[in-house]
Each structure stands twice: as structure tokens, then as C-alpha cells.
Design a protein around this ligand. Structure first.
Ligand code: KG4
Ligand code: ZN
Length: 348
């Protein structure tokens, strides 16, 4: 049995966790920066980096206290090394390096996206490779075939906004507080999803990718007319976005079926996986296609350090450790062979 300390600081959540190879989360602690960023309507990188620097070590100490352990009890330290806001990533990675150096334990530099991609295996011991992963967060919207630890094939990405970004921007247009995704879901439950006709970009496109900028612009126009209830716009937006996600997942499954490479499970991860309508629709498509559907519990969908600790367990178990000169990376695609997609440079 191995015990890994996980550290996460790539966006606006500072987090630490102690995770074991037999899938126990011994302790996890998280400090959200929502209050600091809310006045600005989005994450301010400089504020985020300073907040991570202030809070990370107290959270690390907290998880050791809660688990009744000391630094020397862990087998390795896993820290997010990208992609993300570089100031925050540097705070977490340098903290991980310092702890690794002080304890003489190995460092595992984790790709934040790999943390999301492997998190369903922490939640479900029976999930085997390969599986199809829909990764939907504030910064990313991708479909990946997860073949093994460290082996990811990207089948689709967004050519403009990520799904969570579309939720957040649309929520802002509707006057909802940051972060908008959860607030928009609550409002949508009170509205009529057929009230406002909205576009579904890329629907049935032969290209595999996502696009949400046009949907967000249509929300802006619907708000500007003043003719609709906010709840109806929210419900119609969520309906349209879910249609887009399902259509693109269907496209990816068709492609894999044609290649004779159908996976046995469909998995969702990332903050938007917390959305009930998204989960239900994915469950339906999985049933139709005779696939297992796996979604991690909500707390494991949004950013956290348990998923980084678990990715650390998987990488450490595979002998994938890093030296202390590993660099923090603002961009770090999981599939470095995937073609760069028009307009998608910053979302790779
Ligand atoms: O994975 P995550 O915590 O951070 C990133 O790596 O981006 O994802 C955060 C994103 C935000 O855009 C947030 O609005 C969205 O996930 N989100 C939701 C819900 N909960 C979080 N979107 C829709 N419905 C939700 N319930
Ligand atoms: Zn994330």
C-alpha cells in the first residue's frame, strides 16, 4: 500500500489530500477563492497566486493532522505542474518540490487534466482501461480515449469556449454570481427549456470538435430583447449545451466503432460533470450504446487534491516519478500528438 500527498493550485482552489493506493482518501482539505474573485466576475491570476501562497501550507498541515500522520509517512508527493494559471501552478509545484527535498521522498509532477481523467478510477475500483472520457471543466472541453496511465488520445476539443466557460459567461449575462455554472443549473430548474430557441453549434458536424461561442452570443441576444424570463433562458441554454455534448460524444463513439475500438465505459469528469442534466443525458447515451456510465461523486468532479493524489498513486505505481528540476507549464496537452485545432490554441 502506498500513501501519496496530493497538492492542487492550478486555478482558484487551493487543496491538499492524502490518498492511498487502495483508494482511501485519508484526509482532504480545500480552500476556495470564490470570495476574493467574485467582485471581478472571474479569476484574477495575481490574486489567485497570492492566495495559494498564503493557504497551501496550512492545508498541507491540516491533512497530516487529520490523518494523524507526518510527512515521512508518505511514499511520494504529487503536485499539479500544469496546465493552469502559471503563478498558482508554481506555488503548488515549488511547495511539492520543497516537501520532496526535505523528506527525501520522490516528486510526481501531475498534469491537472490527468487528475480529472483518472479520478473516476479512484471512485470506482472496477473501472478498467480503455474508457471514453468527456472532460468538461471551466478551462477544458475534450473527449479522450484513456488507454492507460499516461496514454491519452484526444478525439475532440473545443474550437472556442470550454463548456464550463459557456456556463459561466451565460450566467454572468443572466446576472448570476460567479462561478456561474452551479447558479445557472439552479435557475434552469425553474424554467422551460423549450421557451427560447437557441443554436446548437457543430451539431451533426463531420468534424469531431465542440464550439460554444455562438451559443453564448445567442444567450446575450436573448437577454438583450428583454422578452424572456431569466429562468427560461437558463433552461434553454442548458438544454442546448447538453444537446451539443451528447452529439459530440455520439460522434466520437461512432468513430471508435468504425475503427473497431469501442471502449466498454463512458466516463465524465471536470466541474461541469457536477451538472445533473449533463449526467442524466450521458447516462442515457451510455445505456443506448450498451456502455457502463461512470461519474465521480460531485466533490471529486470539481477541482480538488484527491484526484491529484490519486494520479500520483497511479503514476508512482507505474514508476513515473520526476526530478526536482521539472518545470511548471501553463499549457500542457494530455495528448501531445493531437493536431492543433483552428481557434483552439489556448484550450489545447
Ligand atoms: O474542474 P473545475 O472545478 O475547474 C477547472 O479546471 O476549470 O471546473 C469549474 C467549472 C466552472 O466553469 C463551473 O461553472 C463549472 O465547472 N460547474 C458547473 C457546475 N458546477 C461547476 N457547470 C454547470 N453546472 C454545475 N452544477
Ligand atoms: Zn479542473
Amino acid at each position: 500500500m502506498t500513501i501519496i500527498l496530493g497538492i492542487e493550485s492550478s486555478c482558484d482552489e487551493t487543496a491538499a489530500a492524502l490518498v492511498t493506493s487502495d483508494r482511501r482518501v485519508l484526509a482532504h482539505a480545500l480552500a476556495s477563492q470564490i470570495a476574493e474573485h467574485a467582485p471581478f466576475g472571474g479569476v484574477v491570476p495575481e490574486i489567485a497566486a497570492r492566495a495559494h501562497a498564503d493557504r497551501l501550507m496550512p492545508l498541507v498541515e491540516q491533512v497530516f493532522t487529520e490523518a494523524g500522520m507526518r510527512l515521512h509517512d508518505v511514499d511520494a508527493i504529487a503536485a499539479t505542474a500544469g496546465p493552469g494559471l502559471i503563478g498558482g501552478v508554481m506555488v503548488g509545484l515549488i511547495t511539492g518540490k520543497a516537501l520532496a527535498h526535505a523528506s527525501g521522498k520522490p516528486l510526481v509532477a501531475v498534469n491537472h487534466l490527468e487528475g480529472h481523467a483518472l479520478s473516476p478510477r479512484l471512485a470506482d475500483a472496477t473501472l478498467q482501461f480503455p474508457y471514453l472520457l468527456l472532460l468538461v471543466s471551466g478551462g477544458h472541453c475534450q473527449i479522450l480515449l484513456v488507454t492507460s496511465v499516461g496514454a491519452y488520445r484526444r478525439l475532440a476539443t473545443t474550437i472556442d469556449d470550454a463548456a464550463g466557460e459557456a456556463f459561466d459567461k451565460s450566467a454572468k449575462l443572466l446576472g448570476l454570481p460567479y462561478p456561474g455554472g452551479p447558479a445557472l443549473e439552479v435557475l434552469a430548474a425553474k424554467g422551460d427549456r423549450r421557451a427560447v430557441p437557441l443554436p446548437r453549434p457543430m451539431l451533426r458536424s463531420a468534424e469531431p470538435h465542440f464550439s460554444f461561442a455562438g451559443l453564448k452570443s445567442a444567450v446575450a441576444r436573448a437577454v438583450a430583447t428583454g422578452a424572456h424570463q431569466a429562468a427560461d433562458i437558463a433552461a434553454s441554454f442548458q438544454f442546448a449545451l447538453v444537446d451539443c455534448l451528447i452529439d459530440r460524444v455520439g460522434h466520437a463513439l461512432n468513430q471508435l466503432a468504425a475503427e473497431g475500438a469501442m471502449p466498454k465505459a463512458l466516463v465524465v469528469a471536470g466541474g461541469v460533470a457536477a451538472n445533473g442534466a449533463v449526467r442524466t443525458a450521458l447516462q442515457n447515451i451510455a445505456e443506448t450504446r450498451d456502455l457502463r456510465f461512470i461519474a465521480p461523486p460531485l466533490w471529486l468532479c470539481t477541482d480538488n487534491a484527491a484526484m491529484i493524489g490519486w494520479a500520483g498513486v497511479e503514476r508512482y505505481g507505474a514508476g513515473l516519478i520526476d526530478t526536482l528540476d521539472v518545470v511548471a507549464r501553463p499549457r500542457w496537452p494530455l495528448d501531445d500528438k493531437a493536431a492543433i485545432v483552428r481557434g483552439a490554441g489556448v484550450k489545447a
